[in-house]
Each structure stands twice: as C-alpha cells, then as structure tokens.
Design a protein around this ligand. Sequence first.
Ligand SMILES: *[C@@H]1O[C@H](CO)[C@@H](O)[C@H](O)[C@H]1NC(C)=O
Ligand SMILES: *[C@@H]1O[C@H](CO)[C@@H](O)[C@H](O)[C@H]1NC(C)=O
Ligand SMILES: *[C@@H]1O[C@H](CO)[C@@H](O)[C@H](O)[C@H]1NC(C)=O
Length: 491
Amino acid sequence: MLPLFLAASLLAPAVAAASESRPIIARGDGIIRAPVDAIAGPAPKLEVRQNGVEVANQKAGTRYAVTLEVGTPGQKQTLILDTGSPDTWVNPACATANVPDDCRSFPHFEPSKSSSLNATNVNDVLVYGIGNATVRYVRETVKIGSATIKNQIIGIATESHKIPLGILGMSPPVNGRPDYPYVLDTMVSQGLIKSRAFSLDLRGVDNPNGALIFGGIDTGKYIGDLHKLSMLSQRQSPGGADRYYVTMTGVGVTLPDGTMAQSEPLTVPVFLDSGATFSHLPTPIYQAFANSFGNAQFDPDSGYYYVDCDVTELAGSIDFYFGNKTIRVPLNDFIWEVQGFCILGVLPNDDEPTLGDTFLRAAYVVFDQDNREIHIAQAANCGTNLVAIGSGTAAVPSSTGKCTELPTPTGKGEGLDVTATRAPSNTFTGAAPTVALGPGPAVSKAGGETTGATPQPTAGTGSKNAAGRGREVGAGAAAVVGLVNALAWAL
Ligand SMILES: *[C@@H]1O[C@H](CO)[C@@H](O)[C@H](O)[C@H]1NC(C)=O
Ligand SMILES: *[C@@H]1O[C@H](CO)[C@@H](O)[C@H](O)[C@H]1NC(C)=O
Ligand SMILES: *[C@@H]1O[C@H](CO)[C@@H](O)[C@H](O)[C@H]1NC(C)=O
C-alpha cells in the first residue's frame, strides 16, 4: 500500500472549455454521432448555475445521457446511455424516482401526440442494479443524431422505482438471446450502420463534449492504438449474464510526483457499464484504492470513501491495466465531486465487477457486438476525424489515435497491496448527499426463462409479465454496502 498524501500546495483550478449547445453532426456515410451529456445531480441548482456551469455539471454528473427524438413529430427525450442493459424505454415514474424533482425536470413523452406510434399489449418488468421499471412496449420512430429508426420497439413505463430518466440500452441481450431487435440491431437491419458497433467517448470533467458514435470511431479522441480485447463469453461471465466483460490484468495508483504503485498481475473480469455512476470492484481493490488516500473517510451507510477535495487538483491517476494497455484515470475524473463532497469513484462488488463512469471518462471505447470485441485507448481531445466501421471480422479500423502520447510516469514503482481486506481507519460522520445515481446494469433474467416472444403490434398477444425473474445482483450502491466478504478472484 502506498498512501497518497495530500499536498498543501494546489494547482490552479482547471478552466472548462465553454460549450453551450452541441451540434449534431450529420453524416451520410453510415456514421451516426450523438452528443453525450453528463447530467448533474439535482441538488443545489443555484450553486450549479452560479459556478462555471460545465465543470460543475460534469463533476457532479451522476449519469451520462443522450438526447434523441421519439415519435412523429419528434419529441425530445433525454435518456441515460446504458451499456449495461439492452432495453430502451421512456417516462420513468417521477413520484417514485430516487430524486423526484430531478426526474420531473426532463421531458415526458406524450404517446397521444405521436402519429407513428404502434401499440402492443406486451408488458415487461426491467430490473436494474438500482431500481426497476414496468413498461408497455410500442413500436415507434426514434431519431438519434442523423439517423431515423422506424418501428423500433421501445418501452413506455407504466411504473418505475428509483430510476431518474428513461434508458437507451446498448448492451448485448443479457440472457444471450434477444427478446426483440434492440436499437443497435435495428440500426443495422435498416441499413443505417454496417455492423453492430459503436464507440463511446464520455470525456473527462474538464472536457464536456462527449459523443456516442454508431458505426464509426473518432481518431481525434484518443492516444495511441486502440487495444483489442475479447469479450468474455456469457459462460465465462461471473454472473452468467452476457455483458461487455473484459479481463483486467492489474490496477495501480500514480502519485502526483510520478511514483507508481502497481498490483501483482491479476485476472479480474470487469464489464464496462456507462449506466453505473461508480466503478464497482472486488473488495480488496476498492480498499486498496481507498487506503491510497491517507485520510479517506469511510461512510458505512453508503460505502463511499470521502476524500479531501484538494486531491482533485493534484496530478496523479488511478490506473487500470489490460494486457499491455494502461488506462490512467486522472484523480479529478475518478473522484466524484457532488454537493461540496468529494467521493472516491469506487464501491465494492465481488459478484459482477464493473467499470462505470469513473473509468469510462478517461477511456475511449469501441464496443463491437458482432465480433465480440472491445477496443480501448486512453481518451484525449485533439480534433475530430471520423472513420467508418465496416462489417466483417476486422470491421473496427485499427487506426492510431491522433492525440499526443502522455508522458509515462518516471517515478520509482512500488507495490499496491490488493491482497487483503482491511478495516477503514477513519469514519465519515456527516450527512451524505442525495443524488440520482445511474441505474447500474440490468439484472440478468433467471436462466432458461426467456420466451423469445417478440412484442407484436396491437394484436392482443397478452402480457409477458416477467416480474421476479431475476435475482438482485447488488450492483446498486445501496445493495453492495454489506459485501465485504471473500475474494471472488485469486491472485
Ligand atoms: C403499425 O405497424 C404495422 C405493422 O407493422 C404497419 O403496417 C403500420 O404502418 C404501423 N403504423 C404506424 C402508424 O407506424
Ligand atoms: C501488446 O501486446 C500485443 C499482443 O499481446 C502485441 O501484439 C503488441 O505489439 C503489444 N504492444 C506493445 C506496445 O507492446
Ligand atoms: C421494484 O422496486 C420496488 C421498490 O424498490 C419494489 O417494491 C418492487 O418489488 C420492485 N419490483 C420488482 C419486480 O423487482
């Protein structure tokens, strides 16, 4: 273990690039680009308005969202971009949302005002790490960026709990078999993109222009090579669900002076989940990160580790190793700043470890469902250069990023001890902030229950009520707090 002590002297606060409106770039070449925004928590709205808006929003961001249009004429909807679930739906029930006022601040879809809506009688219950939604499926027109998807099956919530926004689902079918064609499938079948692949660039706290690109990559948004990783098969996945799982081979911390601490080589399956505000990692890693911050305070109610906000101004990073690719997450991207608190962006999960927004902010990731491959690079921003993703086994171009290599830390390396769990030394005694966290991953349905029934237009197919089909995997913040148990992985 290597404590990361706070230096008294601070760097000047970073200045945000102003970016009020995001143009949607229309392309005619099978590349569809939609901006991704960090949605701030609901709390002190005045304070957020008074401070430098973008930075405040980004630092307090609890989930990343895409604005698209549903229906005819199009109604703007803001949906959480979720690589941890496959279903797309609108209209969470705000009265039972985790933060009702926050939920109500986003537009509601009015089915009666759409001429392209085709109702079905199919209902479903979607269960997430945090919360659930009961939806009625319809076929609707959905516009994302320059693409118009016709007859897409989406859900309209009739009830939901703890979910602050509707969801744009981008994961593979978690049960291994789709219940119906999801958005990515339809984009391919309607010829909008050539293969089921997209790239995601959430951007760090000081760079608000995130983007979701279907059918393309932007070589102006990363450094070096896109490193190709195989997605684990559903069978290899820890929870038995098919997700964007890859193998993480180590973790580390780089101190402001360049000194690196690195774990022993590890084999940790982790899946990439943009719908999770935090990263959820095996308990020993969670504790090793926390112990690297000399005076972190543990909150037993939430599992959060509070750190001194001065740390976010320091150089240094939390490091993730994937074979010979290292993604360094700057401290100010890994530490989540909300309502005046600074919280380490990691919670424990020994069952289905996740790299959430606190990792994805620093990574450029291409999700290639057709070839079951994930390509990752260190994110950066040096302009825009879109390259199309074709079809076939080498569809994702191996283009080198145009951005300049970061200097490799030169400090002497030390070991980061992730071999044992240990009791937190300082306890947080304040009142935790109230925030609308992202939903976390879809809970996998109980094995073998998939009916494969495709929602059909109005014909009265009856309702498929899948309530209770899944077990809670506990990726939600509240559910994981008690999980300080045996190691799920070997050193
Ligand atoms: C509803 O679905 C049917 C069958 O797919 C289709 O023929 C019809 O055009 C759809 N109606 C609208 C309003 O899109
Ligand atoms: C990383 O490893 C892969 C194979 O494991 C190899 O092909 C590649 O050349 C390596 N890259 C570097 C920069 O070492
Ligand atoms: C949905 O969440 C609510 C509130 O936590 C809970 O009472 C309900 O049982 C859940 N429903 C399902 C199907 O999980």
